[in-house]
Design a binder for this molecule. Structure first.
Ligand code: FEO
Ligand code: CA
Ligand code: CA
Length: 649
């Protein structure tokens, strides 16, 4: 989500964008020079080829046909725009909206939002986000669509408000908790070849803040995971702020816990100051927790230490979020598992790259100003002949954090106790504590602070990795300017790409470059309203956008880019409503494919196995979408995009 969405929707204080990193890392001095833009037109990309052994030449459509084979849609400037506009020759229809029935016995959505939390537990959650399609074995026309529900908007309640000025109503809080999490829905093609939901599928499932989850990996049972409600430190209730996703080669869904810190408060000032696991993650320390003040109705969100209670009450509860959660969508009775070997931060995603030998890497951004890019390399390899044997591969491995050097090279720095100075003397008593305080460990080893790392995406053939850095209006103040983050007061963001040495996902070195700088080409301003220096204006070749967020490759090797900016802000006026764009990685040309309703963010996308259906999520529309009647409650929704001639998207 964007930093201002809650202000926009709820009158709540904007806070997602508050920097936490104190910024102690050594500066990388060199700035982008005027000659850089020439380099961006292809020079460094060509240089990367030799490194990759195949590299960019392997990108793209094997047939050599143009990758951008649709006509772009125009920017939508209408303040009342209440539809989804998709490229000519394609159709987008609402498919799955907040409140739609999921589990057996779920009532249908009520326009007055009068359903209670028990109904919401069985209905689609709010704020649809990252999403993947899981086909049934040998059945390309049937699968499970699995998606995250990141947070909640005030239209969840009949009043259309969330009043934080008084203790919360426990039933309202329960409804909000029920609307978080994940939906699993079965979809299949009907006799006419149209994708439909299977309403009575045994696979349909809601996972929420009420779903028990197993803690696995180095932190399972650790003293820092024990609470008054879970003295063994082995089971957590629920998952929070699920943003982007990942998939494993063995067919499970990885949901990533992003801004979980906004749900907790620690009012003990002295304790807060010395507790790295709270302070370095930005928990609230006075007033109310930053999101919904759940602690006023549910004590486990009050992380103030209470020494008279077992395990200090819920001081450790914030340690039980910020992880990758593995869900088996094909086993509706299975318990989700929090995989702590991945490390704890505001995890945006877990994008997989797999080497020819079955070794894997999962890439994850940590979305806050000046935070880092991580990768987790499991110790074991995936064995396609015995996928079930891979089940616990995510419990042992190495977490790395990225350093981007000014010469276009990069290093993966291991966050391993006993290496790179991470020891009891430097404040990390064990590997478990390195993982628990991954941000602090990354600070210590000298990772490069980035402009809010959002999604990563891996090219399906070359394994080239792309990462969106959405924006950072304070760049150049606490965070130094560097070649990966070259713009002061960066309003519009950039996309980087990198190649691991020898295309090996487990490598410790990579080469990188700026794929593009987003924003206007003419008249661009920074976050303080000053003109952007000419060497730092947008390098977009094609359609205009700001604040890249969601990224995904399709099977043809096209990079799809989703945006998340405040479409009402004066600085974003030229951008219009948020968008889904498609980029050709070879030419860097970008074309706008879809525009969402006013106030919405475009996030999450998934394809059918035949590539003829594309599901896209429209998150937090501010207008009566999908009803588009000017009066209905706005609902986050999945839309289904198809080509009118039935061809591949
Ligand atoms: Fe949930 Fe960083 O977006
Ligand atoms: Ca965002
Ligand atoms: Ca995002």
């Amino acid at each position: 989500m964007n930093q201002d969405h809650r202000r926009f929707h709820a009158g709540l204080k904007a806070h997602d964008d508050i920097r936490i990193n104190p910024g102690a890392n050594p500066p990388l001095a060199e700035l982008l020079d005027p000659g850089r833009r020439t380099l961006l037109k292809g020079g460094l990309g060509l240089a990367a080829l030799g490194f990759l052994g195949g590299g960019l030449s392997a990108c793209g459509d094997a047939s050599g046909s143009p990758l951008l084979d649709f006509k772009g849609v125009p920017v939508q400037l209408d303040p009342q725009f209440d539809r989804v506009l998709v490229a000519e020759g394609y159709t987008a229809v609402p498919f799955f909206s907040w409140g739609d029935p999921v589990e057996p016995g779920a009532p249908g959505w009520k326009p007055d939002a009068s359903d209670d939390w028990r109904a919401q537990l069985k209905q689609a959650g709010d704020n649809h986000d990252g999403m993947n399609f899981f086909p049934f074995a040998d059945e390309s026309d049937r699968g499970l669509l699995v998606m995250n529900h990141e947070y909640v908007n005030p239209p969840l309640h009949p009043s259309g408000t969330i009043d934080l000025g008084k203790p919360r109503d426990p039933d309202e809080v329960r409804k909000e908790q029920a609307a978080h999490g994940v939906s699993v829905i079965e979809v299949r093609k009907d006799a006419q070849g149209r994708w439909q939901r299977v309403m009575d599928s045994p696979y349909n499932r809601r996972i929420s803040m009420f779903t028990p989850m197993r803690l696995a990996g180095p932190l399972a049972g650790h003293p820092q995971m024990k609470t008054a409600a879970d003295p063994r430190g082995l089971e957590v209730l629920g998952t929070l702020n699920n943003c982007a996703t990942g998939v494993t080669p063995w067919g499970t869904f990885l949901t990533c816990e992003e801004n979980w810190h906004n749900y907790f408060i620690n009012r003990d000032r002295a304790d807060y100051e010395r507790r790295v696991s709270h302070k370095r993650y930005g928990l609230a320390r006075e007033g109310a927790s930053k999101n919904y003040a759940w602690e006023t109705a549910d004590p486990r969100f009050d992380a103030t230490p209470y020494p008279e209670q077992p395990h200090g009450g819920f001081v450790n509860e914030p340690h039980r979020f910020g992880w990758v959660v593995e869900i088996d969508p094909f086993d509706p009775g299975s318990q989700p598992v929090k995989r702590t070997a991945f490390g704890r931060f505001s995890r945006e995603c877990a994008a997989l790259a797999m080497g020819d030998d079955g070794r894997m890497a999962f890439y994850s951004g940590d979305d806050a100003k000046g935070e880092y890019l991580y990768k987790f390399v499991p110790e074991g390899r995936f064995d396609a002949a015995d996928p079930r044997a891979s089940r616990d591969l995510l419990d042992a491995g190495t977490l790395y954090v990225a350093r981007f050097d000014a010469d276009g090279s990069g290093r993966w720095l291991a966050l391993v106790h006993g290496q790179n100075g991470l020891s009891a003397e430097s404040g990390f008593a064990s590997q478990a504590e390195v993982l628990l305080n991954a941000r602090a460990a990354a600070d210590y080893v000298g990772a490069t602070p980035l402009d809010r790392p959002e999604w990563t995406a891996v090219h399906p053939r070359s394994r080239e990795v792309y990462i969106s850095l959405t924006n950072n209006d304070e760049r150049g103040e606490t965070d130094p300017l560097d070649k990966a983050n070259p713009r002061p007061k960066n309003l519009h963001g950039q996309i980087l790409r990198f190649n691991e040495q020898d295309a090996d996902p487990t490598a410790s070195a990579f080469t990188w470059e700026v794929f593009l700088l987003a924003g206007e080409r003419k008249g661009a301003r920074d976050s303080s309203g000053q003109p952007v220096p000419t060497n730092l204006v947008s390098t977009i070749d094609g359609d205009l956008f700001s604040s890249p967020d969601g990224l995904a490759f399709d099977a043809r090797g096209r990079l799809w880019i989703q945006t998340d900016y405040e479409d009402g802000e004066p600085a974003m006026r030229a951008m219009g409503c948020n968008q889904l764009l498609c980029a050709d990685p070879r030419t860097r040309e970008v074309r706008r494919f879809l525009v969402g309703p006013r106030g919405s963010e475009i996030t999450g996308l998934a394809w059918s196995p035949d590539g003829r259906a594309l599901w896209v999520n429209i998150q937090h529309p501010a207008i009566s979408f999908p009803a588009s009647d000017g009066k209905s409650r706005p609902r986050s929704s999945t839309v289904l995009v198809t080509r009118n001639d039935g061809g591949a998207i």
